[in-house]
Design a protein. Structure first.
Length: 276
């Protein structure tokens, strides 16, 4: 902001007020979320933060280091607050508003190290300046790419080797998914056609069972791990438990028993990003 008094025509005093802003700066990269109870974007209730967010953990330091007014995150989709983002991470970009320091490669490398050493639960990699046009790749990735998940499933009936084989035989399965009850308050009631590309299931090891539940003796024979590749936009939790028959078919109908999901991780999201 700049202010100056000058003389106009006829010697009249004129006050000029000028505000100079830089164009938006876009920083692309990928992030992993190694813990649960972290949202992607800030979540506030009655003015109080419910939990930490990926946007604040990554965008906050970037805004501070490069002296920007704000930092807004955009990502190729989003995981639920209780879902981890593992593997190579989720593609994203941060829009820095009115950055007063240009983020060159050296400064971005230092910023990345600072973020990763300051917060072990969320990590970022490959930070680089991208153009506005290049960010279209991230936006398209929300809908166009297949995603890989790993989930731990608990069944009402004891899991058999036949159950594991039956679930692992799923290939190219078309789902009818109504808007899940858990998000119906904020999304339109629609019927969506989504596709499960493949499922690979197995029994849990003893160590895995102990990590999942303290009631090892009770539930160890009712647990399995499923690695699922699905079309983008598929509700995986509902594919497992059926959402009161709002998603059909589901793991419960395939196995002939009621199922629930104990944990869910995104393990791979195939998208060539960042572009460098």
């Amino acid at each position: 902001w700049y202010q100056r008094r000058v003389r106009g025509p006829g010697g009249m005093a004129v006050k000029l007020d000028m505000s100079i802003c830089s164009t938006a700066t876009f920083i692309g990269g990928r992030y992993t979320k190694n813990a649960r109870n972290i949202s992607q974007s800030p979540w506030h209730v009655e003015g109080k933060a419910v939990c930490e967010s990926v946007e604040e953990i990554i965008g906050g330091p970037l805004a501070s280091i490069f002296k920007a007014d704000s930092a807004n995150m955009h990502a190729a989709g989003r995981e639920d607050i209780d879902v981890r983002m593992l593997g190579t991470g989720r593609p994203f970009y941060i829009q820095l508003v009115n950055a007063r320091v240009y983020p060159d490669a050296g400064a971005l490398a230092s910023a990345e190290e600072h973020i990763n050493t300051s917060h072990g639960k969320v990590q970022c990699r490959g930070l680089q300046v991208v153009s506005r046009a290049q960010t279209d790749v991230v936006k398209a990735g929300q809908e166009d790419k297949n995603k890989e998940y790993r989930c731990i499933i608990r069944t009402d009936s004891p899991v058999t080797e036949e159950d594991v084989a039956r679930l692992s035989s799923v290939r190219d399965l078309l789902l009818n998914q109504e808007t899940p009850l858990r998000v119906l308050h904020r999304r339109s009631p629609l019927l969506r056609k989504r596709r499960i590309i493949s499922v690979n299931a197995r029994l849990l090891t003893e160590d895995e069972v102990a990590m999942v539940t303290k009631e090892t003796e009770t539930f160890s024979h009712r647990l399995m791990v499923a690695e699922v590749i699905s079309e983008s936009g598929t509700y995986i939790k509902e594919f497992v438990h059926g959402d009161w028959s709002r998603t059909v078919p589901n793991v419960g109908t395939i196995l002939g028993t009621r199922c629930d999901i104990l944990s869910l991780d995104v393990v791979n999201l195939k998208l060539a990003w960042p572009p460098g």
